[in-house]
Design a protein around this ligand. Structure first.
Ligand SMILES: Nc1ncnc2c1ncn2[C@@H]1O[C@H](COP(=O)(O)OP(=O)(O)O)[C@@H](O)[C@H]1O
Ligand SMILES: [Mg+2]
Length: 286
């Protein structure tokens, strides 16, 4: 390799609770592109981050359990190596309060009743503000459906108990249950280095469920326009992103989540996305 070997750290967590299906595909493709690529654990104090030319955050799926420690690591690693996505983007994306900013830009998001940690909250107030009887309650800092539960119209007491317990510890989101997740599904739009590459469909998933996903789907023109609007002006600088969407009862696309930290990119489903990600990393190394 001209100019010596180029070293890319792929960043994961100490214990993966589920399989990362992108994992070996990405490392192997980087090695085939002539790059030294190795998996590193973000919370491992023994890693010399400065010895890596570039690091890509991938399966750091435990970060929501220790968000402050994770964001401190992001800032530190960002000062020692080149970290992707950008440390500032990662910090912004770690709390789903960013949905309010995106909504304010004119991009429809899933309606949300926000409850701050420690704040007293009544489920009736949330239901009436949202105009919904079937609700989802989940943490504002989360991943992998952690503490994410669905409650039907007859379950107000259970919903109240869950809301009270969860909001005692953390910021909480209450949302209408978006029924389209059952039929149409949650659609994840995958963005690699400046381009939407493919979409996949996810079946609904609450605490303790497994993740089930489709093969690659060609994004519709509406989905392409929606993804660009949702990513807004940060789009160009991103190495990767995932725009998770649902449909509301009127068929309108709504943003469920913007995943800029550690999204699965479903690379197996679409080899071109893998090639594009590797090319994006190699270009940033140059
Ligand atoms: N408002 C909602 N309506 C229907 N399903 C939801 C809703 N919010 C979350 N879910 C389900 O819970 C899963 C996890 O929620 P999500 O907001 O994607 O958080 P995270 O992926 O960070 O855990 C979603 O993939 C979806 O299946
Ligand atoms: Mg999600």
């Amino acid at each position: 390799m001209v100019g010596g070997s180029r070293r890319v750290g792929l960043v994961t967590c100490a214990a993966l609770l589920e399989r990362d299906l992108d994992r070996e595909l990405l490392r192997r493709a980087l090695v085939e592109a002539g790059v030294e690529a190795r998996w590193l654990v973000w919370s491992d104090a023994g890693v010399d981050w400065a010895s890596w030319d570039l690091c890509v955050v991938r399966s750091t799926w435990d970060y929501y359990r220790a968000p402050e420690a994770f964001l401190a690591w992001v800032a530190r690693a960002g000062s020692l190596t080149r970290l992707f996505n950008d440390p500032g983007i990662i910090a912004w994306n770690a709390h789903k309060g960013y949905l309010k900013e995106i909504e304010a830009m004119g991009v429809p998001t899933v309606p949300t009743f926000w409850v701050q940690a420690g704040q007293e909250a009544r489920i009736e107030a949330a239901a009436s503000a949202l105009g919904a009887e079937a609700l989802v309650i989940k943490p504002a800092v989360s991943a992998g459906s952690f503490q994410t539960r669905r409650f039907g119209p007859g379950e107000a007491a259970e919903a109240q108990a869950f809301l009270t317990a969860l909001s005692a510890e953390r910021d909480v989101m209450v949302q209408p249950y978006m029924a389209s997740v059952d039929g149409h599904g949650e659609r994840c739009l995958i963005w690699i280095d400046g381009k939407l590459t493919h979409a996949i469909r996810k079946t609904p998933r609450f605490s303790n469920d497994d993740e089930r996903v489709s093969e690659a789907i060609e994004p519709t023109p509406q989905e392409r326009a929606f993804a660009s609007a949702a990513l807004g002006e940060v789009a160009e600088g991103l190495l990767y992103a995932r725009v998770d969407t649902v449909l509301d009862d009127t068929g309108q696309l709504r943003l469920a989540e913007l995943e800029l930290i550690e999204p699965s990119l479903f690379l197996r489903q679409h080899p071109e996305a893998l090639d594009r990600l590797v090319a994006g990393i190699v270009r940033r190394l140059a």
